[in-house]
Design a protein around this ligand. Structure first.
Ligand SMILES: *Cc1c(COP(=O)(O)O)cnc(C)c1O
Length: 377
């Protein structure tokens, strides 16, 4: 029996005392933002964790994505190939930076962009690819790199879901999701695997982008009496950075707990016809960010919406994440047709993400699974 309503996610937090200890010095310094002590500490801790030389923090992942798109100096109106199976942020960042999104389709195995579909959408106006490591499932990074090299395109990953994900590369080395593409954006929103309450970062290859990103997130200020760019304000404050410093100390434990939850779910859905889960393959350290299940009504015997309603009635909040496709939102409808990305469209109609967070008790997972399977019993 589920006593209190279960939400689809629950933010990870350090203990109250650990956080208070981290922020206590701010009462001496009175330096609350503008790249202070906690900001510097988090930046350097994250560089080490992700194995990168260049990383810039932002007030949120969306601003990080907008700023890196701007810093890349892509041609106004240039076409950017991306996925419709994502959060609105990915597409909005492209449009808000004066670029034109072009939707390619995803592969059915992990719902990330299919390289062949990307290549079919390349035109002389294409300037970049913005793929998404959706649910923490890594894209075909080699396939995407080959297309980008062949056509001279920038690759900016939306790695909002992929903090903590690593894979073993052809040379035998393990690399984090930050290692791929010209840049990778991470979101540290409260609902993500690693959070700074609100926050984000971008990792990037080209050292020259470092000063530019610093200016773009701080009004374009280049010196005490100089403003060279029309920048915005997207700086991470000290309280958010301190939350990140604390949460980062516990990230491995958090991911290990998520893994136990994921494995409990997967075991329950093993051999259930028409209920597809996404298990990471060999050579991948996953972060278990979400628990998506595709319910094929013809085979499973109930629709995704039936499952959603059944869970809701026993006090469990699931999410239709990602439904509808971004290309079907009112702001893009009519311009795009989701019929052109049939795999993404089908996934959007069948997907349900089930509650997933580090402290979700395994007995509750069992109750959730019972409720799901109860739809067809
Ligand atoms: C959360 C998210 C973002 C935006 O990140 P914020 O930190 O919330 O601004 C972008 N893309 C995807 C896929 C996301 O899930």
């Amino acid at each position: 029996m589920i006593e209190e309503r279960i939400f689809v996610t629950r933010s990870s937090m350090p203990t109250f005392n650990e956080y208070v200890e981290e922020i206590a010095p701010l009462w001496q310094s009175h330096c609350l933002t503008n790249m202070g002590v906690e900001h510097k500490k988090l930046e350097s801790d994250l560089k080490e964790r992700l194995g990168v030389n260049n990383l810039a923090l932002f007030t949120n992942g969306h601003s990080a994505l907008e700023c890196i798109l701007e810093a890349m100096a892509l041609p106004i109106g240039g076409e950017v190939i991306t996925t419709p199976f994502t959060f609105a942020s990915t597409t909005h960042a492209i449009v808000r930076k004066g670029l034109t999104p072009v939707f390619a389709d995803v592969n059915p195995n992990n719902l990330t962009l299919e390289p062949e579909s990307i290549e079919r959408m390349v035109t002389p106006r294409t300037c970049a690819i913005v793929p998404v490591h959706v649910y923490g499932n890594l894209c075909d990074v080699d396939g995407i790199r080959q297309i980008a090299e062949k056509h001279g395109l920038k690759v900016i990953y939306d790695a909002a879901h992929a903090f903590g994900v690593e894979c073993k590369c052809a040379d035998g080395a393990w690399r984090s999701a930050a290692a791929f593409g010209d840049a990778a954006m991470f979101s540290f929103h409260a609902t993500k695997v690693f959070n700074t309450i609100e926050g984000g970062a971008v990792c990037f290859k080209d050292d020259a982008l470092d000063p530019l990103l610093s200016q773009l997130k701080n009004f374009g200020i280049t010196g005490p009496e100089d403003v060279e760019f029309v920048g915005g304000n997207a700086k991470m404050n000290e309280f958010c950075a301190a939350m990140g410093v604390c949460n980062l100390r516990h990230i491995d434990e958090e991911i290990a707990k998520r893994r136990a939850v994921a494995e409990r779910y997967w075991k329950c859905f093993e051999g259930v016809p028409g209920a597809t889960v996404f298990r990471p393959g060999e050579g991948v350290k996953h972060n278990y960010a979400y628990l998506p299940v595709l319910f094929d009504p013809e085979i499973f015997g109930a629709t995704r919406d039936d499952v959603f309603d059944a869970l809701d009635s026993v006090g469990v909040g699931a999410r239709k994440y990602f439904y509808p496709l971004v290309s079907d939102f009112a702001c893009y409808r009519g311009v795009y047709s989701s019929d052109r990305t049939p795999v993404a469209k089908r996934a959007a109609s069948q997907v349900l993400t089930l509650p997933m967070y580090a402290d979700l008790p395994l007995e509750v997972v069992d109750c959730i699974c019972d409720a799901v399977l109860g739809c067809v019993r």
